[in-house]
Design a protein. Sequence first.
Length: 143
Amino acid sequence: MRRLLNLWPPFLFAGIRVTALADDFRQARVELRMRPWNRNYVGTHFGGSLFAMTDPFWMVLVMHALGRDYIVWDQAAEIVFLKPGRSTVRASFDLDQDVLDQLRRATADGGKVLHWFETEVLDQAGDPVVRVRKQLYVRRKNR
């Protein structure tokens, strides 16, 4: 799956690289190196690339971790630009068992739940460049 994501055109052409994807879909690591094709007018990382490097991961991780009995969709997203990104930037996604248990409990009666996940994209010094929040829609499938 990691190799497929690295060949996915939005990642491939933006220079986004998935460096790790756990077999149990509880963890992912992504990086974006500064390249001429992902630089904006003022020489920093293009905001669309910074968002794209975070876009699918919470949905993919939750979908695979919960299994086929659940519907998982991206519902909303927010991005806050904190400082210019001028170096290789990285993002980490760690899906806690507590969150999965909470989602299962909240959807046990067939209802939906909207849950926010937050990720910071960090520069080489470990300083946050952007903060991305993704809201997922989760519910059990009707049987």
